[in-house]
Design a protein around this ligand. Structure first.
Ligand code: PLP
Length: 230
């Protein structure tokens, strides 16, 4: 691995190239640098190299890093499984919560934000059916979206998934394609407060496939910061 700046510039170039090759405008794809287990100094380094969006998967870490790096003009995303008792820590800090997957969580978030400033979220879908993964089952997605639509404090912006960890490109592509199809299908249903435009999918090992299948947000850690030891 090179320096964080080298890794970022190589990655950004690869994202652009992959987007153009797929006939997509690179400007329609945002990169969230997943900084879990990465200490604030290295996040600072990434910021100096031009990266502004960062993602954490634990509420305590998000709170600690946001405090340590206050004043740096960072945009924080929350991408991990969110326990209802951690909502209080996450909601004021996260520009986007990627991992809403149950109505109880939506209600807890709603109780923390004013309707005038609804919390932007993505609904996480478990496309692969792997039991270890969070996310609503695809069959339960329409009903969950219907129920969230009754909460004016929640603004659903799109869907998120984690690709199957099989290492099988075909399975990964199918999961991403099905998420995009679910987004297109749900977009045709009128629901107040939701505008389904974002697809958060693609990590270090599968972001090229995600771009080809329509990702608008990539969540990438290892390719920027190196292999996690913690
Ligand atoms: C860790 C993590 C990522 C980034 O994974 P890498 O393989 O390091 O790029 C993306 N999304 C979620 C939800 C994660 O927990």
């Amino acid at each position: 691995m090179g320096t964080i700046a080298d890794n970022l510039s190589r990655l950004v170039e690869e994202i652009r190239h992959t987007a153009r090759s797929a006939g997509r405008n690179p400007a329609g794809i945002r990169l969230v640098a997943i900084s879990k287990t990465v200490d604030p100094e290295r996040i600072r380094e990434a910021r100096a190299a031009g990266q502004r969006l960062f993602g954490e998967n634990r509420a305590q870490d998000l709170a600690a890093k946001a405090a340590a790096l206050a004043g740096l003009d960072l945009e924080w995303h929350f991408v991990g499984h969110l326990q209802t008792n951690k909502v209080r820590q996450v909601v004021p800090l996260a520009a986007l919560v990627h991992s809403l997957d149950r109505i109880e969580l939506a209600e807890k978030i709603a109780a923390r934000v004013p309707p005038a400033a609804p919390q932007p979220v993505l609904v996480q879908v478990n496309m692969s059916g792997e039991a270890s993964k969070s996310g609503v089952a695809p069959a339960d997605l329409p009903r969950l979206l219907d129920r969230i639509a009754l909460l004016p404090e929640i603004s659903v912006r799109g869907l998120m998934t984690i690709g199957p960890l099989t290492g099988d490109d075909h399975a990964v592509r199918l999961a991403f394609r099905r998420l995009r199809e679910a987004l297109e299908r749900e977009r045709t249903r009128e629901r107040p407060g939701s505008s389904l435009t974002e697809l958060s999918m693609g990590m270090s090992g599968d972001f090229a496939i995600a771009i080809q299948e329509g990702a608008t947000i990539l969540r990438i850690g290892t390719a920027i910061f190196g292999t996690r030891t913690g």
